[in-house]
Design a protein around this ligand. Sequence first.
Ligand code: IDP
Ligand code: MG
Length: 137
Amino acid sequence: MQQTFAIVKPDGVARGVIGQVLARIEANNLKIKAMKLIHMTEKQAQGFYAVHKERPFFKSLTAFMCSGPCVAMILEGDDAIARWREMMGATNFKDAAEGTIRRDFATDIERNVVHGSDAPETAAFETSYFFNAFERV
Ligand code: IDP
Ligand code: MG
């Protein structure tokens, strides 16, 4: 069993696809272990994406991430990190495989509907960034 950290980004929440994303998570046998609606401050978004702080899109990305509420989740299952990334699809929805969330719902390379941790270390950091010990199970 492995846990990963997932977000339905502000574009996904605004466009009303939370339910469709959750349905795919459940259909793919990932368990939702914790979930909440959050509205990040600019500082929170900058801390979350600190690994990208030198990238040209950092300012725009962090502004987007605090432009509205997000759904933050802890997902659990066998190989959850890789499986959730596979369900999301490539960062750029134009490169994402058919049937992936980004291919089906994203509108832009930045506004790509969902986030998923890319490794056990980032999953641990991202999970504890948003969920305290009492919120985790
Ligand atoms: P990932 O979300 O697929 O792991 P990362 O490379 O970690 O992709 O980038 C984090 C987020 O930054 C992406 O999900 C996307 O929202 C945004 N992003 C990545 N590359 C670009 C870009 O070239 N232009 C604008 N935004 C980007
Ligand atoms: Mg990433």
